[in-house]
Design a protein around this ligand. Sequence first.
Ligand SMILES: Cc1cc2nc3c(=O)[nH]c(=O)nc-3n(C[C@H](O)[C@H](O)[C@H](O)COP(=O)(O)OP(=O)(O)OC[C@H]3O[C@@H](n4cnc5c(N)ncnc54)[C@H](O)[C@@H]3O)c2cc1C
Length: 448
Amino acid sequence: MEHIVIIGNGISGVTAARHIRKLSDKRITIISAETEYFFSRTALMYIYMGHMKFQHTQPYENWFWKKNRIELKKGFVSQVKDASKELVFANGETMKYDKLIIATGSKPNKFGWPGQDLDGVMGMYHKQDLENLEKYAPNNKVCNRAVIVGGGLIGIELAEMLQSRDIPVTFLVRESSFWNGVLPAGESEMINQHIKEHHIDLRLGVNLQEIKADENGKVKSIIIKETGEEIPCTVVGLTAGVSPNVDFLKDSNIEIGRGVKVNRRLETNIPDIYAIGDCAEQHEAIGNRRPIEAVWYTGRMMGETLAQTLCGNPRDYNPGHWFNSAKFLDIEYQTYGWVFGERGRPEYEQHFHWKHPKKHLCITIAFHKETKQFLGINTFGIRMRHHSFDTWLNEKRSVEYVLEHLADANFDPEFYRQYEKEIVAQFNNEHQTSIKPKKRSWKRIFSY
Ligand SMILES: Cc1cc2nc3c(=O)[nH]c(=O)nc-3n(C[C@H](O)[C@H](O)[C@H](O)COP(=O)(O)OP(=O)(O)OC[C@H]3O[C@@H](n4cnc5c(N)ncnc54)[C@H](O)[C@@H]3O)c2cc1C
């Protein structure tokens, strides 16, 4: 019986395994060095914050794997011998495979900062990081200040986590405004304000120079490069992005760029070896997407696509329109299609920005300057329906059409205040148009 071995029990590896099982009778083994069972990485923060226990983050009961004949193996793979189709584990054990799926995810970036491996310094990615956080920052008596280095989505989650235990936080962000490489200026500015309102000591436009140790080799302070300021702290969270977890493949014959290089079929340069999820790097990016996509749903899509291919229905990875969602403390963020920040914004992309005069609610709609074609939308504090935007992007609708039908996309619960009228009025005013917002129609919504 063909033996499919998957390194990595995250969303991509587990999705591949589940779908291979649905479609075939092949022998399947999943290997992980991190945990015995699959858990939801995106829910890690809620464990520290006391909303969930670790076992609540496991989407499947422990009996699921045996019942579905998916073998689980705990261990770290240190070598892939493609000529003999064999894996070597750190403890010297070996395992044979017929087909190999590399789904090893990401690791937090470290940029060679002095002190980056001291006790009290951690990323926020693996379960072990959470255990470290529990050890070094259980409360504000043990940890009187934490410094977070790197202002992205994981950095802000870590800030929220620490704040939930009343631990003072200093947040070092290299950019001049929070996440402004991705977000347009108005949105990024709103997030700056929101972070400060939460009494987080946000430092913009600064870099970490060094982490200093006390006499026991534990963090005692950090130095800011630009100013030389020393900030006393006992925990440092490194959240300056992630990169593919592929170091163990450096001496193999598998082609590596930043991640494991794959084609649209998710095949590597070596027959019978594939890569999916955060660790996979497309030879050529798909549309405006990045060659490496470190998000949950793309890992799941890649797992599903590859399962089809391995079970005799060859498929290309085709993720459709970009979307994503996240949370900046109390503000929910969604994005559909493309809305560029300052970096990489094409010359033809025009923005319409609406912001509530008092509350932290805003939207930015991107459209083509000449054709007026709708390109994408960011929403903050207003929930929108994915399917509506996906349809309008497929149908290449104009910005006017989208505004006219915006109420159809609103996904806020009943009795929430709706803002379509104000949004459209501002657009009409700025663009000398006379768009009349239509009332929400369930008939239309179900026809999308
Ligand atoms: C705190 C946090 C919050 C996030 N929130 C969101 C969110 O809200 N939305 C979103 O879209 N994405 C989010 N992400 C990103 C998302 O979690 C990842 O994109 C996704 O988990 C990647 O899945 P994966 O299967 O590719 O890899 P992973 O989940 O990283 O799993 C890979 C597994 O392989 C194991 N492994 C690696 N190398 C070896 C080896 N040599 N031998 C054995 N095992 C190995 C690793 O230990 C790990 O268990 C978040 C990430 C973090 C850290």
